[in-house]
Design a binder for this molecule. Structure first.
Ligand code: MV4
Length: 660
């Protein structure tokens, strides 16, 4: 029996594994890098070991450091999570060699599925359907061009060692073949150090449907049905669901049987996923096998009622699978969305930085949140680090049918609020309301095909958002003046300088908006008026508001001149030109100094605790071949430094915390 598990991972997955360990009474050991000292996964573990600097290569990817941490703490097993070392055969081997249990497949199974061409040869033998194509050793241009003609155009050239779409070329006709081959080989060589390619029939609008399989060490294997992960951008999943919408029971069974055959062909043990492409006629073709637990496993848990991490641990202990195929049933429908720190408007550019405000939806039988960060601002606000994946959380919904599950997801997203790093929350809210998505009309080109509906042009802030911004600022002023509030304040109580009217000017990319507040009458930029009132709510940035009789539960978060207005599924980002602090610029004198643009830190001129003079250079960031010097805004003290020389930093990432 396993008594103590070391989790060789961080964040959301580390927290997820610990949840099951707690349930089973298994002790947990977290490992962490210097960037993760204050992370939730460290706090949640029974014990923790620091394994090195922020850079993953020197911490979460260091096999010797992780094994040493397991030895030191007396763990008897290691769970690799996903990403990092989870599909590294050398790691699985090293863990076993150290006399520890690897909670994952045998190294031989990881290796068997490691190469695209090699795995396809094995799958062909096991009678798992493959896309018509050539995946052999011969690589000369004439031969491959001949194969392409036999397959029939369009064909797809793929890097044999590849993944994630790198080294992929669609070829429409024979005359384009030679040039496309040269390009694919060059990209394969530079990305994977190996120019070997394979040729396949190009499927025009396939769906990505994957089967969850489980095998034990006694030769038993089952499938836990499928997940549809077609909604992706840049080969990154954004939304997953189970079961696949519209899939016939007959195809489901055929795919399940094929996936189990794939697992058995490589003597698989543990949790694995067999990925297929599915065409419009429900033909399915093997793509690859992921020899680990996957990010999207919760949707399978929601429709089967099982705990896949619990199964992984039991199988690793040598137990038989808890259930046989005939005992497994699909119950209802589940969705998962991945909340990322990224900017959809900038082609999903990954973001980073300190979370200023974060509220998750209430969890229930129908809503689950898997995350590695804490809600804010109860604490200091966790940091989404530039060193790791920018996923903030996964939000998972369940319903008795697809429509109900999707409605539950839409509501859960409306209850989710985040400020600080830019996030894809607005994009996700739009996605779950898209008519084609609602109708289950999805394939791997969904985001591209519906780009305009999903990523609309920036529109002017709504009147409600502007009024709520005014109320938020007035509420803040009230707190600063420490006036004890009556419920439903008369706004005129917070007038400044004896004027009859307060004037607020906000800006965003769409323009400038000025509102005036006089008593409870707010005049909008277009001259119309509304009646507005507010009442403080439980936490600092939140309040209840009534605008022309309609009620709002709002949050206004402010950092410097930057305002985030969040209310019932809406978010507006505004710049507030504060007349009392005119000329101070965007950054507060005390507070955070942030990167002016994405770039590389080339010098750090100060240390924590240093006393500095106004205008003294603190950090130099190189971007677009120019150096940008960040200087002290006033005489003060350096409280924290969040960057090292050589770090790649994103715009608005907090580099230095500064105190006057
Ligand atoms: C394909 C394909 C169409 N036809 N193979 C993309 C990543 C790589 N793992 C496999 N990929 C694809 N292979 C054939 N023969 C279309 C894709 C593809 C894709 C697959 C799954 C999820 C998203 C995708 C987005 C674009 C292309």
């Amino acid at each position: 029996m396993i008594k103590k598990i070391l989790i060789a991972n961080r964040g959301e997955i580390a927290c997820r594994v610990m949840k099951t360990c707690r349930k089973l009474g298994i002790a947990t050991v977290a490992v962490y890098s210097e960037a993760d000292i204050k992370s939730l996964h460290v706090e949640a573990a029974d014990e923790s070991v620091c394994i090195g600097p922020a850079a993953a290569r020197e911490s979460y990817l260091s096999i010797p450091k992780i094994i040493a941490a397991a030895k030191k703490t007396g763990a008897d097993a290691i769970h690799p999570g996903y990403g990092f070392l989870s599909e590294n055969a050398g790691f699985a081997e090293a863990v076993e060699k150290a006399g520890l249990i690897f909670i994952g497949p045998p190294a031989s199974a990881i290796l068997a599925m490691g190469g695209k061409s090699e795995s396809k040869i094995l799958m062909e033998k096991a009678k798992v359907p493959l896309v018509p194509g050539y995946h052999g050793e011969k690589q000369d241009e004439k031969f491959l061009a001949g194969e392409a003609s036999i397959i029939g155009f369009p064909v797809l050239i793929k890097a044999s060692a590849g993944g994630g779409g790198k080294g992929m070329r669609i070829v429409e006709s024979a005359k384009e073949f030679a040039e496309a081959l040269t390009g694919a080989q060059r990209e394969a060589k530079s990305s994977f150090g190996n120019e070997k390619v394979l040729i396949e029939k190009y499927l025009v609008n396939p769906r990505h449907v994957e089967i969850q399989v489980f095998a034990d060490s006694h030769g038993n294997a089952v499938y836990l049905f499928e997940r549809d992960c077609s909604v992706q951008r840049r080969h990154q999943k954004v939304m997953e669901e189970a079961p696949a919408p519209g899939l016939s029971p007959a195809t489901r069974e055929k795919m399940g049987v094929a996936a189990v055959a794939a697992a058995q062909a490589i003597s698989y043990v543990g949790a694995g996923t067999v990925e297929f492409l599915l065409d419009a006629k429900e033909n399915f073709y093997f793509m690859e096998m992921n020899t680990r637990l996957q990010v999207e496993h919760p949707v399978t848990e929601m429709i089967t009622g099982l705990d896949l991490v619990e199964w992984q641990i039991k199988v690793a202990e040598g137990a038989k699978l808890p259930l046989a195929q005939k005992d497994l049933k699909i119950n209802g429908h589940a969705f998962e969305v991945r909340l990322y720190a990224e900017d959809p408007a900038k082609d999903f550019l990954p973001g980073a930085g300190q979370i200023q405000f974060l509220r998750f939806p209430m969890e229930s039988d129908c809503v689950r949140v898997d995350t590695g960060v804490r809600e804010a601002p109860y604490g200091e606000g966790d940091v989404i680090s530039i060193h790791y994946d920018p996923m903030i959380a996964k939000i998972i919904s369940w319903g008795r049918d697809r429509e109900t599950a999707l409605r539950n997801m839409a509501e859960a997203l409306d209850e989710t609020h985040i400020a600080g790093p830019k996030s894809n929350i607005g994009f996700l809210r739009t996605l779950v309301r898209h008519p084609a998505f609602k109708a289950g009309k999805i394939n791997t080109h969904f985001i591209q095909d519906h780009h305009h509906a999903l990523l609309p042009e920036k529109i002017a802030p709504s009147p409600e958002a502007l009024v709520l911004a005014c109320l938020g600022l007035l509420k803040q002023r009230e707190r600063q003046e420490e006036v004890s509030p009556d419920p439903w304040n008369d706004l005129s109580a917070w007038r400044i300088g004896g004027n009859d009217t307060d004037r607020f000017t906000f800006r965003d990319e769409t323009g400038e908006y000025t509102l005036t507040v006089s008593g409870s009458t707010v005049t909008l930029p277009d001259g119309k008026t509304v009646q507005a009132h507010f009442e403080a709510s439980g936490y600092d940035m939140g309040f209840f508001a009534r605008i022309d009789g309609k009620e709002y539960d709002a949050i206004v978060q402010q950092s410097g001149a930057h305002l985030n207005v969040m209310y019932g599924g809406h978010q507006a980002e505004l710049t507030y030109a504060d007349p009392l602090h005119a000329g101070e610029g965007d950054e507060e004198v005390s507070g955070k100094l942030t990167a002016p643009m994405p770039g590389k830190v080339v010098a750090v001129r100060v240390a924590i605790g240093d006393k500095v003079k106004k205008s003294q250079p603190l950090i130099i960031v190189e971007a677009m071949k120019m150096e940008h010097t960040i200087t002290a805004p006033a005489d003060g003290i350096i409280e924290a430094i969040n960057a090292n020389v050589g770090d790649q930093v994103n715009e608005k990432l907090e580099l230095i915390r500064f105190k006057v």
